[in-house]
Design a binder for this molecule. Structure first.
Ligand SMILES: [Zn+2]
Length: 160
């Protein structure tokens, strides 16, 4: 199975493209029955209205032992985001986060939705944050805004 790499908001034609590295990370961490939830942050380029996601950070050793992803998101992963930003002269930036669910077709929990809203509010550039849930058979891809608005993206048939 291969997750699709191009996602689209049908109304605005906004695209989100995941690099091969990102898809590989998602597939490596597909959550089995006895696995802990995994996750990390998403880094890449903003290209006009589109996003190009170049890198998904992977869980640290410490992350993997903890049950809830959001409590530990800030630690560790934030340092990577700041390093990439500096190394790329500001071209590679924090775009959002990803985490796994042990569901075929994942849907966000109430906690996911409220945490996404908080993460969006914490962004310095005021952009919505990209939120990805990695299920067993499919991804859930959304934009979450600081005012609580959510926008779901869908597979793009034209992007393949
Ligand atoms: Zn979740």
């Amino acid at each position: 199975m291969q997750f699709l790499n191009t996602w689209k908001d049908p109304a605005s034609e906004r695209l989100v493209y995941f690099s091969a590295q990102v898809i590989e990370v998602f597939e490596r961490y597909i959550q089995g029955e006895n696995d802990a939830e995994a996750g990390g942050i998403l880094l890449g380029h903003v290209r006009g209205i589109h996003l190009e996601v170049l890198e998904a950070t992977v869980p640290t050793r410490k992350d993997r032992r903890l049950k809830y992803f959001f409590e530990r998101l800030v630690e560790g992963h934030k340092g990577i985001a700041e390093r990439r930003w500096r190394e790329s002269n500001g071209l590679v930036r924090y775009l959002g986060e990803w985490h796994t669910h042990p569901e075929d077709h994942p849907t966000p929990s109430g906690l996911d939705i409220s945490e996404w809203q908080k993460l969006a509010a914490a962004r310095r550039d005021g952009r919505p944050m990209l939120a990805v849930i990695v299920g067993r058979r499919d991804l859930r891809v959304e934009y979450s805004s600081s005012n609580g608005a959510r926008l779901r993206l869908y597979h793009s048939s034209s992007g393949q």
